[in-house]
Design a protein around this ligand. Structure first.
Ligand code: OGA
Ligand code: MN
Length: 295
């Protein structure tokens, strides 16, 4: 496995590895060490199917099932362990502009960290490109360890110890999507997350932000919202951002504990099909507190 750093702060491009074959334990450990260092790893020319992607992902911990299972009317196009990052419906047709998953999925273009709104958040997301549009559709990543380091001493002192509430309904409301089934609202109450987390594999502090974060505990709403706006604006300045221009067969793996990401626009009359698996962060289990704060 060889790694070339492709951004001044983070992101490694990995060569010499075939993800269609199950990695041995030593190589999986090398991947974790590289993730701790680079936060985002890019693997090119990986023609893997969903079972292979699932098997690779499970080397790093238990993986999520899609939140769409909560809605009994939602028809899945892909295996329940795959987050369907496409503009296709369950019949593989391009979704109509007013399709629920298309409208809700537009919020992926806001800076976020995957599953920060879930009672068990995520360590890694692993995204593979199957079909790409002729232009646009890049995915951007921001380094929130570097962003934390670059805060003024005053802001560091201000944010340390603060807790934000994260909800999927908050990020969707930011693009005007509020059409959630009652089961969905009840199943996903706001989750408290520390605004600054120590990234376990590197010992570095990181800002833990996301479009899902809507308020700060024990702070007036406007003050908390403004602080979150300012911090996301700070963390996503160009010097902290890597833009991934996809090629079919790319697999990109990122650490949600120390990065933000967002999708970029493309021609939605063309197909864009990417498949994501997501590894659960068992060390950040908020099942007890999530219920408490919803009351
Ligand atoms: C994701 C995501 C953005 C994109 O897969 O988690 O946010 O580029 N993707 O589609
Ligand atoms: Mn995402």
């Amino acid at each position: 496995m060889e790694i070339k750093q492709v951004h001044p702060l983070f992101v490694g491009e990995v060569g010499g590895i075939d993800l269609s074959r199950l990695l041995d334990a030593a190589t999986a450990k090398d991947v974790v060490a590289a993730m701790d260092r680079y936060a985002v790893l890019v693997f090119h020319d990986q023609a893997i199917d969903d079972p292979q992607q699932i098997a690779f992902s499970q080397l790093f911990g238990p993986i999520e099932t899609t939140r769409h299972l909560i809605n009994p009317n939602h028809k899945l196009r892909l295996d329940k362990h795959i987050a369907d990052i496409s503009n296709l419906d369950d019949q593989n047709r391009i979704m109509a502009p007013d399709a629920r998953r298309r409208m809700s999925g537009l919020a992926n273009r806001l800076w976020h960290s995957d599953s920060s709104y879930k009672p068990i958040s995520a360590t890694y997301s692993i995204l593979s490109a199957k079909v790409l549009p002729s232009w646009g559709g890049e995915t951007e990543f921001a380094d929130t360890r570097a962003a934390y380091d670059a805060l003024s001493p005053q802001l560091k002192a201000q944010v340390d110890g603060l807790v934000a509430l994260h909800s999927i309904h908050t990020s969707r409301a930011k693009v005007g999507f509020t059409d959630f089934a009652d089961e969905e609202r009840a199943a996903l109450p706001p989750v408290p997350q520390s605004l600054v987390r120590v990234h376990p594999g590197s010992g570095r502090k990181a800002l833990f932000l996301a479009s899902h974060a809507g308020s700060i505990l024990d702070m007036p709403l406007p003050e908390g919202m403004m602080l979150l706006h300012d911090l996301i604006e700070h963390a996503t300045q160009r010097q902290f951002v890597y833009t991934h221009r996809w090629r079919v067969g790319d697999l990109v793996m990122w650490d949600n504990r120390c990065t933000l990401h967002r999708g970029r626009p493309y021609d939605m009359a063309e197909v864009r099909d990417l498949h994501r698996t997501t590894v659960s962060d068992m060390a950040n289990d908020k099942r007890g507190v999530a219920r408490a704060s919803a009351a």
